[in-house]
Ligand binder design. Structure first.
Ligand SMILES: Cc1cc2nc3c(=O)[nH]c(=O)nc-3n(C[C@H](O)[C@H](O)[C@H](O)COP(=O)(O)O)c2cc1C
Length: 192
């Protein structure tokens, strides 16, 4: 079983990427093969541009992302909140991966694929408002977005120097979301 872990922030000190690493460790502890996308690859993805697409097809970075989506039995998204919504970086990933090309029909990357949502923010709501939008966008693409999610509030104080969550309740919340993701992966793919 493979899970792709994707952060909506390429920032070096990203709280969302830190939370994603906590989730990745929970998955690895359950014998799941974790795949990651390097921040440099996210940054290298051109801004969605239909002229570029018409002229030369999907850029190499978008093809690689699509292949990673397709190879994954499930996906974990860590979603920063910008002005109550999704980050441009995260939306750009969704937009490119949603495009068809010769190698992979677009819906295959999302349709029936179990996906779990996390968020982290220095604010008091943890990015919860942005998750409503991510859920709706992925739902429109026919992904199976698991009902349980977790938004980590006050993220600036939440991690210790090793990147572990200080509060065991937060750790349990991440673990619970991963358990539900695996439940849906098993239900849909019949393995795990
Ligand atoms: C343009 C912009 C808008 C933001 N809007 C929100 C917001 O609506 N809610 C929130 O909780 N934090 C907001 N923030 C703060 C982010 O949560 C914070 O920068 C966070 O660290 C970004 O995630 P990262 O650490 O994973 O990069 C905003 C930040 C930026 C740059």
């Amino acid at each position: 079983m493979k899970v792709l872990c994707l952060s909506g922030s390429a920032r070096a000190a990203s709280f969302n990427t830190a939370l994603l690493e906590v989730a990745a460790a929970e998955l690895a502890a359950r014998d799941i093969d974790v795949m990651r996308i390097a921040p440099s690859d996210l940054r290298a993805l051109p801004l969605m541009d239909q002229d570029l697409e018409s002229a030369s097809g999907l850029p190499e970075q978008a093809r690689a992302l699509k292949a990673s989506f397709h190879a994954a039995d499930g996906i974990v998204w860590a979603c920063p909140e910008y002005n109550g919504s999704v980050t441009p970086l995260l939306k750009n990933v969704i937009d490119w991966v949603s495009r068809p090309d010769d190698a992979l029909p677009a819906p295959a990357c999302f349709q029936r694929r179990p996906m779990a949502l996390l968020a982290a923010s220095p604010g008091g709501l943890g990015g919860l408002r942005g998750l409503r939008h991510v859920r709706e966008i992925l739902g429109n693409l026919s992904a199976m977005v698991v009902p349980r999610q977790f938004a980590l509030a006050k993220a600036g104080d939440a991690f210790d120097a090793q990147g572990a969550l200080r509060d065991s309740k937060n750790q349990e919340a991440v673990a619970g979301v991963m358990d539900d993701l695996l439940f849906w992966m098993q239900a849909i793919h019949g393995k795990g």
